[in-house]
Write a protein that binds this ligand. Structure first.
Ligand code: BGC
Length: 756
């Protein structure tokens, strides 16, 4: 489709290409003394910057793609090297679930939402490490992830790409992932700043998130701050407007909050074709245009020449790009990989499997139908257990596996060890096969993709019907959900067990079999509330979703269900185990909270202990919010003490009057347990005085733009960069049709031959 459009508009494109910035050939810099040097990063940045020509500076602040193209099968984005100064090329690669952009030979990791369900920081770091090593192995060096958008509405096309609905969980796991990516030697890019939560109106004039300051800070920006605190090299500004100003020329967001309040010293990249201004974007704090380069090439050159964009600002943009490149060794370790290399490894596949296993959430387990024990025959049912398996969701986070272990493959292999018979049926005779088996596993899926929101949270009528008929045929029916987020379960009372497996990547079947047979403990916990029905969502009003009215305020996810007294189908944090746990002896000394967790069952198991804080009412306060979590693995009968460290934000709220975090006087409640609706212990902490616990957001810097480019500059942009401006406007149109579904694996998954 892109190529067709490109031919159609070739004359326009030529105009823009002619206007592209030529990089002048200055004299080679002998020896590049900053390479391999131990000098402080700032000194090296200064050395390079002082030798750069204007052309070289402009060449570093935008991508090299032609106006109608992504960089193509190579990377999502590319900033060419400047060999004279030994500046290596930047290859920007999707993304948050492994190497995307149609690459092959890579590991298809479970979706970020599956990682979130593990509530496992170490695993998040390993997950980041796998992505970084494979991105580097392909010759790129910037990972377009982690995604730090919140799961505000389960219909969002990119819900599977988020780390869930809670800012603390998202922030903790994203920060761990940033550590994993950057320790492996790549740059991480947290995305998308800010309040980018729907696809339907994406990049259209109606795409405007109207969010009050407190909600923005506490809910949508706090996870970004966590990635900044973890040293993230780069942040991507999103497609939407925020309170009327586009995210990529939003000086409040970029200059005041991200760079000022959070102290971010890396670079801000535009989402692809999201740049809608040149001077205003540069002055608002955007540093790198992607994937093309007219607005930050010829247009920015003009802006610098006329003084509309200060030279110091261009130098700052360049420094912000060079800084993390030095900090993470990009000058000293030129990329050696190539796009054709096979980068997946057995170790990386092992991480994919562990994430899939630990992310599976056992939602229901009546009469201990699981783990599978003492059964002679199992029916594995549904297309999603075979050819219809979903390992990875669609759009830029899509990753192609070499092959996927389907649920049928995994269960059949594992069952074989115990001499258990396994039969398959895609649907038509599922009830008959179920009736003839000791246990039935029905796998159902729901597809989600970037660029298109789902209309509802329902499974297809066909899948709901399949479950009903199998449940009627066999009381030992276990439903496995292969979905990108919460779905309604009208058949819940009729089935014995339910497992949420998300989009679990290439090792799906192997991981599922270990959980179903009890070789692995189901230690996943819900990173998102499962509502009973669509009407219960905080955002069921179309003005809120997809419309951008964020007036549910702080009541996102479980905060809404708690505040409104709505019973969810399954609450945030819920997940069963094959054993049971008890909590005792909750204490705090002010900075640390401790509690004892005991395994009261007969099997070893892992609990995710969760700490929720309730603040004194400062206005619109939700009853509680997650402020700590720890996984703890216990032998039967074993007790261990779990510790939660509180930080300055744990007991604080955002005070809109003073624009800073404040700890309010009064009683704060600390409640601990195994889910947001199962908190057996709580204590109160009395705070005697109201105190500020952070610096305020700095005032706008002088000359900061209040909106987009003025009319004259916009006209100049349109004339100089017609194709980019057109593309920016057209990106929204994709959400009307959606992207075609990506291929799941190099070796197409198939249904087993008749009878399994
Ligand atoms: C997405 C980004 C992605 C970029 C490059 C955009 O459509 O919103 O998340 O990194 O494309 O593929």
């Amino acid at each position: 489709m892109r190529r067709g459009l490109s031919l159609l508009l070739t004359p326009l494109m030529t105009t823009a290409l002619l206007a592209a910035t030529p990089v002048a050939q200055a004299a080679p810099e002998p020896g590049c003394p900053w390479v391999g040097s131990d000098a402080p990063v700032e000194e090296k940045v200064g050395q390079v910057l002082s030798r750069m020509t204007l052309d070289e500076k402009l060449g570093l602040v935008h991508g090299a793609a032609g106006p109608f193209e992504f960089v193509g099968p190579t990377y999502a984005g590319l900033v060419p090297a400047i060999p004279r100064l030994c500046i290596p090329q930047l290859g920007l690669s999707d993304g948050p679930a492994g190497v995307g952009n149609s690459h092959t030979g890579v590991t298809q990791l479970p979706a970020p939402l599956a990682l979130a369900a593990s509530w496992d920081r170490e695993l998040a770091a390993e997950y980041g490490g796998v992505i970084a090593r494979e991105v580097l192995g392909k010759g790129a060096n910037v990972v377009l992830g982690p995604t730090v958008d919140l799961l505000r509405d389960p219909r969002a096309g990119r819900a599977f790409e988020t780390l869930g609905e809670d800012p603390h969980l998202v922030g903790e796991l994203a920060a761990a992932q940033v550590g994993g990516i950057q320790d492996a030697g790549a740059l991480a890019q947290a995305k998308h700043l800010a309040a980018y939560n729907q696809e339907t109106l994406r990049n259209t004039p109606a795409d405007n998130a109207v969010v009050d300051e407190r909600t923005l800070q506490e809910i949508y920006l706090a996870p970004v701050q966590d990635t900044v605190d973890a040293g993230v090299a780069s942040v991507m500004c999103g497609y939407n407007r925020l309170n009327g100003v586009h995210a990529c020329n939003n000086s409040y967001l970029l200059n005041q909050v991200l760079k000022g309040q959070f102290g971010f010293d890396g670079f801000v990249t535009s989402d692809w074709f999201a740049t809608q201004a040149s001077y205003a974007a540069a002055n608002a704090g955007m540093d790198l245009q992607m994937p093309g380069g007219c607005l930050f090439g010829p247009r920015l050159r003009f802006g610098v020449a006329t003084g509309a964009v200060p030279t110091a600002r261009l130098d700052d943009m360049v420094s912000r790009i060079l800084r993390p490149m030095f900090r993470h060794g990009l000058f000293d370790r030129p990329a050696t990989g190539s796009p054709d290399d096979i980068v997946t490894t057995p170790e990386n596949a092992g991480v994919a499997r562990r994430v899939a296993e630990r992310g599976m959430v056992l939602l229901k387990n009546d009469d201990a139908v699981l783990p599978i024990q003492n059964r002679r025959s199992i029916a594995v049912l549904g297309e999603a257990a075979g050819s219809g398996v979903i390992g990875s969701g669609g759009g830029s986070p899509h990753v192609i596996a070499r092959s996927i272990v389907t649920p049928f493959d995994g269960i059949a292999r594992r069952a074989d060890q115990d001499g258990v018979e396994v039969r398959f049926d895609a649907g038509r005779h599922a009830d008959e096969v179920a009736a003839e088996s000791d246990l039935a596993v029905v796998v159902v899926g729901k597809w989600s993709t970037e660029s298109k929101d789902n209309k509802d949270i329902a499974l297809s009528a066909q899948d709901n019907g399949l479950i009903e008929k199998v449940a009627a045929a066999n009381p030992n029916t276990v439903v496995v959900l292969n979905t990108g987020g919460p779905v309604a379960m009208p058949w819940l009372d009729d089935v014995a067990g339910v497992v949420a497996s998300w989009y679990p990547g290439q090792e799906y079947g192997a991981a599922l079999a270990s959980v179903l047979f009890g070789d692995a403990e189901p230690s996943g916990r819900l990173p998102v509330t499962f509502p009973a029905e669509l009407a219960d969502l905080p955002t069921s009003d179309p003005a809120r979703f997809p419309g951008g009215r964020y007036d549910e305020g702080l009541a996102v996810g479980y905060r809404w269900y708690d505040r409104e007294g709505i019973e969810p189908l399954f609450p945030f944090g819920h997940g069963l185990s094959y054993t049971t746990f008890a909590y005792s002896d909750l204490r705090t000394d002010g900075d640390t909270v401790t509690v004892n967790v005991t395994n009261t069952g007969r099997r070893a198991g892992t609990e995710v202990a969760q700490l929720y804080v309730g603040r004194p009412n400062t206005g619109g306060e939700p009853p509680k919010r997650l402020e700590g979590f720890q996984r703890v693995t216990l032998r039967p009968g074993e007790t261990r003490q779990v510790r939660f460290e509180l930080d300055e934000r744990s007991l604080a709220h955002w005070d809109t009057g003073s624009h800073r975090w404040v700890r309010a006087a009064g009683d704060h409640t600390l409640a601990v347990g195994g889910s947001s609706r199962d908190l057996p212990l709580s204590i109160a902490v009395h705070v005697p005085d109201t105190t500020a616990v952070s610096e305020p957001t700095p005032a706008p810097p002088p000359g900061a733009p209040a909106g987009g480019d003025g009319t004259l500059t916009t006209l100049g942009n349109v004339l100089t960069c017609p194709t980019e401006m057109l593309y920016a406007g057209a990106v929204g149109a994709i959400s009307l049709v959606g992207l075609p579904p990506g291929k799941q694996a190099e070796i197409t998954p198939v249904n087993p031959s008749a009878g399994g």
